[in-house]
Design a protein around this ligand. Structure first.
Ligand code: PLP
Length: 379
């Protein structure tokens, strides 16, 4: 099977990640930070190292880097932990349901209001103007995806950050598709929240993610319980990361994530991105000469590509590709707003997302199969 569904989770994982997970399970799988014995201390050391490594990779502070189960958890902890009664939020028209649904739930509960700024893929200036025009006195937060999970569109985060700063707004990013692939630095981008999955571009195991926080925000807790600290106190510790990390941590996942971050550091996010962009360019070129195949991203870059075969539901194309040996995601991609923005709400799309392990040959084989499918030679 050739795996082109890396935007959902990267596969395969690097060997160093396998080894880190196995080592932790074999050699020191004690509960980190919960006991005075040496194995617990060793586990805690590994957790600290992974936390430090994540923090330094993204220009954050170690103690304000909180482990999460995935990007969705990080987003929920950020939004629900920080927004207050009467706050107004602005999001983009490319958001994943991980952003839209928590906000919709808070809106239904009467806590907040939010508006969706239309992203104009061809005009950064218009996108910024669309965001700016929605700012009102009660606006407190600008929260956006960095890269669209459906179309690969990159939002102008530097300019958005400047806009947020100018208007005194908090600024948060859903970095589900950009962490490990695009440059991301808490300081440079003036980020208050950085929500990321560990299991995508950082090549860690599923069940890992992180929330990085600036000094300006300390979210309320959504889950309270044992933290291994201040154990005689009835109230949840107020300091980070303990305040937001109740219960036993995913030790093996965190060790794997630490190894994943080292792997990405060794190769370099820029090198990974240019490899993926080159593959997507090749795919776009190949598909441009196949009648009946429509591709969606018009920008020069892009690390993933959405496409449709004329007269065929995206799920059907996905099923046929599966028969040809390709794993892609087809249909809707948990991002209703993005499909509406690009006019694909009726059909969905087939999404091809390579990783650092994907090759030109694999792309060539995919183009060949898509040609056969478009010609209805594979049904
Ligand atoms: N945001 C975006 C843009 C995504 O693409 C995804 C997952 O694909 C998520 C959030 C949710 O990530 P996770 O599956 O780690 O919760």
């Amino acid at each position: 099977m050739i795996y082109f569904d890396n935007a959902a989770t990267t596969f395969p994982k690097p060997d160093c990640v396998h080894c880190a997970v196995m080592d932790s399970l074999r050699c020191f799988a004690a509960n980190p930070g919960r006991a005075g014995h040496r194995l617990s201390a060793r586990a805690a050391e590994h957790v600290f190292e992974a936390r430090e490594s994540l923090a330094s990779f993204f220009g954050g502070k170690t103690e304000r880097t909180v482990f999460m189960l995935n990007c969705t958890h990080a987003i929920n902890f950020a939004l629900k932990g920080v927004l207050r009664q009467g706050d107004h939020v602005i999001i983009s028209s490319l958001e994943h349901n991980a952003v839209l649904r928590p906000l919709e739930a808070m809106k239904e509960a009467g806590t907040i209001t939010f508006d969706v700024a239309r992203v104009e893929p061809q005009s950064e200036r218009q996108t910024l103007e669309n965001v700016r025009s929605l700012i009102r006195p009660e606006t407190r937060l600008l929260f956006m995806t960095h890269v669209s999970n459906v179309f690969g569109t990159v939002l102008p985060v530097t300019a958005l950050s400047a806009l947020a700063q100018k208007h005194g707004l908090l600024f948060g990013l859903d970095a589900a598709q950009s962490a490990g692939v695009y440059d991301l630095d808490m300081e440079t981008l003036g980020l208050d929240f950085l929500c990321l999955p560990g299991h995508k571009g950082l090549y860690g195991p599923m069940g890992t993610g992180a929330l990085l926080l600036s000094d300006r925000v300390t979210p309320r807790t959504l889950i309270e319980g044992g933290t291994g600290s201040l154990s005689l106190q009835r109230k949840q510790p107020a300091f980070l990361p303990d305040a937001l990390e109740s219960g036993t941590l995913n030790l093996s996942g965190i060790c794997g994530l630490g190894a994943g971050v080292s792997f990405v550091r060794r190769i370099g996010a820029a090198a990974i991105r240019s490899h993926e962009e080159a593959l997507i360019r090749l795919l776009r070129e190949d598909l441009s000469v196949i009648p009946g195949v429509e591709t969606f991203e018009q920008m020069a870059g892009g690390t993933l590509l959405s496409l449709r075969v004329a007269g065929q539901a995206a799920e059907e194309t996905g099923r046929l590709l599966d028969r040809c040996g390709f794993a892609v995601r087809a249909g809707y991609h948990c991002a209703a707003l993005a499909h509406t923005t690009y006019g694909t709400a009726d059909t969905g799309t087939v999404r091809v997302s390579p990783s650092v392990f994907s090759t030109k040959n694999q792309i060539k084989n995919l183009s060949f199969s898509l040609n056969q499918i478009a010609l209805r030679k594979i049904i």
